[in-house]
Write a protein that binds this ligand. Structure first.
Ligand code: SF4
Length: 445
């Protein structure tokens, strides 16, 4: 019995431990479900916490971001931009070119060198305008283009003109080596090409004064070759279309490559001119009118809201200042002394008011004040003439004299290249803008 009883007890123990286990299991289950419930309850709290962090980040001032935050976000931005760039497919590009050409058909600017619709472009006009437009705006070029065409209607006429006549007609347009190269090129076309321009960009590039841009522009516009000229307007449109944030001038090559991918196989010249017109009228350097733009749907810069910041430019080195003096001699009979500058170099062969050398050394410049071309009593014209060239600023002191008819040249004069010209005829001389400023300054004194 005892055994049995023990056994019963043992069984009872088993029962108890089973009961205990059951209870524990139930308890654990309860606890487990409680903790699961608790976890479930906690999860939203975490989310709220996360949201609060995001909100906090968003409301934090941008400059309080950590460096790693900025890096991460700029990486994220550039990745998203890359993704957008990849999305510009061949189909998108061809849609872009056809939209722009459609717009150009209606909205193109009327320019004196542009052929009317349905008329073949005149290669002489295209070449002349493209040379004149280098570094110069359309508004300035128009009267010069018209003057050249009325003086020399065909390239054969320009080829026969004298150097001096071409310089005179060009005076005031600046970058005078262009005039010399233009004339050389006209002669070459007459002598070696029977008055006809070559049609391919590669050969055009071998002509005097014709660089890769001008060659591509002539080939595309005059001969409908599939060439891609990229000027400042086109650079801007392309940089914005592809949201290119690298700065100019380093990014020029990349922009040219991207521009090439947009050039359609037909009407390449019209497409180039369409981009030029868009850049001049809608996709302007500041505040582009994107709402009027025919290709805004494909413009990454616009979609990212950064169009106004593009293209970026590397900061330029400040221009140095050069100093010098100019000697204005006006006789009582109205004749003004002019000097033809030496060939080559800045303003080569152009006429000038006899001047000293221009130097960055102010002290050296002061010494050159004492080197007038004529003997006599010079006086100082109050004030300074200032002018800016591409690479430097110029400040000139001006001296004036009323010489007698027998006035002698000094040792500083380059007498053989000097001449007297009546002041009424100065407008016909090949005088660059800076010299016209000096004359104006001296006469106003
Ligand atoms: S959408 Fe705006 S920024 Fe883009 S090409 Fe057009 S005008 Fe230029």
């Amino acid at each position: 019995m005892a055994k049995g009883g023990k056994a019963v007890q043992a069984d009872a123990k088993i029962d108890i431990s089973e009961k205990e286990n059951k209870e524990k299991a139930e308890l654990l289950e309860k606890v487990g479900s409680k903790s699961a419930k608790a976890k479930k309850k906690q999860a939203p709290k975490k989310q709220i916490k996360k949201k609060a962090t995001t909100k906090k980040t968003n409301t934090t001032k941008p400059n309080s971001k950590t460096k790693s935050d900025t890096k991460k976000s700029s990486k994220k931005n550039s990745q998203s931009k890359k993704t957008v760039s990849k999305q510009k497919t061949l189909k998108d590009k061809s849609a872009l070119s056809s939209k722009l050409l459609k717009w150009y058909n209606k909205e193109q600017r009327e320019l004196p060198w542009r052929a009317k619709p349905g008329v073949a472009p005149n290669p002489y006009h295209v070449w002349l305008s493209e040379i004149m437009l280098q570094q110069t705006v359309v508004k300035t070029v128009i009267p010069y283009f018209n003057k050249f065409i009325s003086l020399w209607p065909k390239i054969t006429d320009l080829g026969k003109a004298s150097d001096e006549d071409v310089r005179r007609a060009w005076a005031g347009l600046g970058y005078y080596t262009r005039a010399e190269n233009l004339h050389k090129c006209a002669r070459l076309i007459c002598d070696e090409y029977e008055g006809n321009f070559p049609i391919f960009a590669e050969e055009l590039e071998t002509l005097p004064g014709v660089g890769p841009y001008t060659a591509a522009a002539i080939a595309a516009i005059a001969f409908d070759e599939t060439a891609t000229p990229v000027d400042g307007n086109i650079e801007r449109v392309v940089a914005r279309q592809f949201a290119v944030e690298d700065p100019l001038p380093g990014v020029k090559k990349k922009l040219k490559q991207l521009a090439t991918t947009l050039t359609p196989p037909r009407r390449a010249g019209d497409f180039a001119q369409a981009q030029m017109d868009l850049g001049a009228t809608i996709c302007t350097p500041k505040n582009p009118s994107c709402l009027l733009c025919p290709i805004s749907s494909s413009c990454e810069g616009y979609h990212l809201g950064i169009e106004n910041t593009l293209p970026k430019r590397a900061s330029k080195k400040p221009k140095p200042t050069r100093y010098g003096s100019a000697f204005f001699a006006l006789r009582e009979d109205g004749a003004v002394l002019l000097h033809q500058r030496p060939p080559g170099g800045l303003l080569g062969n152009m006429q000038e008011i006899p001047s000293s050398e221009w130097t960055e050394n102010k002290e050296e410049a002061e010494n050159m004040l004492k080197s007038p071309p004529l003997k006599g009593d010079w006086w100082t014209v109050p004030g300074i003439v200032k002018h800016t060239f591409t690479h430097f600023h110029l400040e000139l002191k001006v001296f004036r004299i009323i010489p007698g008819e027998e006035a002698e040249f000094t040792l500083f004069a380059d007498a053989e290249r000097c001449k007297w010209v009546n002041r009424d005829k100065l407008a016909d001389e090949a005088l660059p803008s800076v010299m016209r400023k000096i004359i104006q300054h001296a006469l106003n004194s």
